[in-house]
Design a protein around this ligand. Structure first.
Ligand code: NAP
Length: 271
């Protein structure tokens, strides 16, 4: 018998991570002898951990707060990792570790799965300029989509727009900007359990627009409910969470795993 392959998620804190549920589901589905651990690494221990990672017995890892930028300094980076200078997925490449940021590509895969016709001629409008918005803006821009960004704190929208080659839109100008928007993305925390809902009438959007929410708890946010009521295509945030995980699995085990209803139910059962 071969040895159990070790992978996991590195962060601080990391107890709340749902990644083990996702990977355990795929290990069973594909009959893989592996274990996916939550690996606590304190902020001050990050530098040492990533410097020593290639010599460890880990086949690969996911990375979460606060180590994404440190991880990028110790890995061979793919184009997304190079642009973002922060990574969440590492794998072995010869005697080194290589890495990428899979949130943006996970978001695009989720759009393809839940809104096959999301690519239209009009621009995408991203609400928010935090960590999630950075990944999504970068992936959309790299995929050739025209991107607009609006954020409560406008300077952050302007800074992100300058980095990815997008246009910053003032929050109060949203209704006008929505008129030709074909993809609206909520990358703020509004709508999340315990937060206020995003208060944005969807009337100005074209009838063929897609509305995506990165918030996945609750799965059906007030924004998505509103979009469905208007017969717009709605894309939930759980898809991004699951598809970003496929990137590591494929690198570590050579199989692109399926995101199916059984997996969605397994993760939703933990919320
Ligand atoms: P973050 O870095 O803390 O950014 C939060 C964003 O929300 C900022 O743009 C912030 O605007 C905005 N915001 C917060 N409260 C607001 C309010 N009252 N009115 C208007 N804007 C407000 O968080 P993040 O990591 O980007 O995460 C954002 C959301 O995406 C969270 O709900 C998170 O759960 C979700 N997410 C989902 C996935 C997934 O896989 N589906 C992955 C990552 C994140 P200011 O800049 O003005 O503060």
């Amino acid at each position: 018998m071969g040895e159990t392959v070790r992978v996991g998620v590195v962060g601080w804190p990391v107890k709340h991570s749902r990644s083990p549920i996702i990977f355990d589901h795929w290990f069973k589905a594909y009959g893989i002898d592996a274990r996916y651990d939550r690996i606590e690494v304190k902020p001050e221990e990050g530098e040492r951990f990533f410097a020593d990672l290639a010599a460890s017995n880990l086949a690969g890892i996911n990375v979460t707060m606060p180590h994404k930028a440190i991880a990028a300094r110790y890995a061979l980076l793919d184009p997304a990792g190079t642009r973002l200078k922060a990574i969440n997925t590492l794998w072995r490449d010869g005697d080194r570790m290589a890495g990428t940021s899979s949130d943006g590509s996970g978001f695009l895969k989720s759009l393809d799965a839940q809104a096959a016709d999301w690519r239209r001629d009009g621009p995408a409008l991203i609400l928010g300029a935090g960590g999630a918005a950075v990944s999504v803006a970068d992936a959309l821009a790299a995929a050739g989509v025209r991107v607009r960004i609006a954020n409560r704190t406008h300077e952050k929208a302007a800074a992100l727009a300058a980095i990815v080659g997008a246009e910053a839109v003032a929050w109060e100008d949203l209704p006008a900007a929505m008129e030709d928007t074909t993809l609206l993305v909520n990358a703020t925390s509004l709508g999340m359990h315990g937060s206020a809902p995003l208060d944005l009438p969807l009337d100005p959007l074209p009838a063929a627009a897609t509305v995506a929410d990165l918030v996945y708890y609750p799965l059906e946010t007030p924004l998505l409910r509103d979009a469905r009521a208007r017969k717009l295509v709605a894309v939930d945030g759980l898809g991004m969470l699951l598809y970003q995980a496929t990137v590591g699995f494929e690198r570590w085990f050579g199989i692109e795993p399926t995101v199916d209803d059984a997996l969605r139910r397994a993760v939703l059962a933990t919320m």
